[in-house]
Ligand binder design. Structure first.
Ligand code: PMP
Length: 463
């Protein structure tokens, strides 16, 4: 249908584009550009491919732009599961349970040894806010109001609300939005390529020690939680250095700081395990997830915690406010867990974790090969189908490539039918990493085509 080229369709599409231009406020977009170009409108997707309003086909190497559509487009079985659920029961507030909600929680906990409870909401930001509120309520109820500070890491990102922006390790994201809630404290990043300590053998340990130094400076009795991405996504696809997570876990245990791992990007398969943290043998107190939970077929996010944390909110006759005093209206939409159940079944039945590992290795190998030929490639990082290519002006100085050149690489790939991403524009010093996160169904041909598109783009943009 999308390729139908009769006059009525062309008129329809023109109308849609003008309606969009006139009335839709796009995310993260400077609209001035639409005075001279049309807003892009995607109309159809199947597997790894999407088609735009002009009928052009693209290979999507970023799973819907922001690492979301993990099982690919056009999954009729998820649509059927959602439809069946909606006609049976679409909604009831989550103070009551639902069949799909209970079943998905049970299946999810089955993939997360040591975890026990699932709290439903709608977005990654919201799932993270729930943790912040749980930590604050624990501080009030069990630590006399102390242990309320939440540590976050330079370069990490946890969402778009004022609370999660207060925890953004990308300070530029906060510009023009203050004032912010108090009690959020930054710890240093762990990007070995841009080591704060020069070239050292034990970078991972030093980066973890830097977290402990912040805890000691603030006072361990004031610090409630440490919130980290398992692999930093938008801040540059930063895989943790050797020895980092072991030490982080140890520091948290010693200072009784709860460990919150934000799996909004890595959650459900992206890195070749169900969750990113499972590569590193850590045992978190909280795990949050959103994007890949239902691959974008429904809006659902989960805040998962342990029975030990859950017990802290158990009924206390002396305190009528002892339960977690929070609600999310649309956390009761049953479409979410219905879609999530089918999404998880697909990942399992189609062996997508194994495919992600194999195709991830192929992608990383292909990208490293590019670094041999293109001087602009400073570093290649990643795990599974989650990779970043940091572009630089000069390998010796590691001066970041100019944003306009990074964007030119993205645009060149797009013009050649491959959608790749880059770390956020307008974040100076952080905007020079190409991002790849194809769906977990990617084939060897898909991977090779993605690498070839980047190869060509780097030649054309950097010579
Ligand atoms: N955490 C991480 C690591 C993210 O990358 C994002 C979104 N890019 C969020 C949280 C926020 O998720 P949402 O946009 O669904 O609120």
């Amino acid at each position: 249908d999308v390729l139908r080229n009769d006059a009525s369709r062309v008129n329809d599409i023109r109308h849609v584009i003008e309606a969009d231009r006139a009335h839709v406020w796009h995310h993260l977009t400077q609209h001035k550009g639409f005075e001279t170009t049309d807003p892009r409108i995607f109309v159809e997707g199947k597997g790894m491919r999407v088609w735009d309003a002009a009928g052009r086909e693209y290979l999507d190497a970023v799973s819907g732009g922001v690492w979301t559509v993990n099982v690919g487009y056009g999954r009729a079985s998820i649509a059927d599961a959602v439809r069946d659920q909606l006609v049976k029961l679409n909604y009831f507030a989550n103070s009551a349970g639902s069949i799909a909600g209970a079943r998905f929680a049970e299946n999810l906990i089955g993939k997360m040894p040591g975890m026990s409870r699932v709290y439903y909401s709608n977005s990654g930001s919201e799932a993270n806010e729930k943790v912040f509120k749980m930590v604050r309520q624990i501080a009030h109820r069990h630590h006399g109001g102390r242990k309320s500070k939440i540590l976050y890491r330079e370069r990490d990102y946890h969402g778009t609300t004022l609370g999660t922006l207060a925890a953004a390790g990308q300070a530029q994201r906060r510009a023009q939005f203050g004032p912010f809630p108090e009690g959020f404290v930054e710890v240093p990043h762990c990007l070995e390529y841009r080591s704060q300590y020069g070239a050292v053998e034990n970078y991972g340990e030093l980066a973890a020690d830097a977290i402990e130094a912040v805890i000691l400076r603030e006072g361990p009795d004031t610090v409630g939680a440490l919130c980290l991405e398992p692999i930093t996504a938008g801040g540059g696809v930063i895989t943790p250095p050797k020895g980092y997570w072991e030490k982080v876990q140890d520091i948290c245990r010693r200072h009784e700081v709860l460990l919150h791992i934000d799996e909004v990007v890595c959650g459900l398969g992206r890195t070749g395990t169900w969750f990113g943290y499972q590569h590193y043998g850590v045992q978190p107190d909280f795990v949050t997830m959103a994007k890949g939970v239902a691959s974008g077929y429904a809006a659902i996010s989960c805040t998962v915690t342990t029975e030990r944390i859950f017990e802290l909110f158990k009924d206390d006759p002396a305190d009528p406010m002892s339960f977690f005093r929070d609600i999310s209206t649309f956390g009761g939409c049953v479409a979410g867990p219905a879609a999530a159940l089918e999404n998880m079944r697909i990942i399992e039945d189609e062996n997508l974790l194994a495919n992600t590992q194999a195709m991830g290795e192929r992608l990383m190998a292909g990208l490293w090969e590019l670094s041999e030929r293109h001087r602009a490639v400073g570093d290649v990082r990643g795990k599974g189908l989650f990779c970043g290519v940091e572009l630089v002006q000069d390998r010796a100085t590691k001066e970041p490539a100019e944003e306009r050149l990074v964007q030119a690489v993205v645009a060149d790939c797009m013009a050649n039918g491959v959608i790749i991403g880059a770390t956020n524009r307008s974040l100076p010093g952080l905007n020079n990493t190409l991002c790849l996160s194809p769906a977990l169904i990617a084939t060897a041909d898909d991977i090779d085509r993605i690498v070839a598109a980047i190869d060509g783009a780097l030649s054309r943009v950097f010579g």
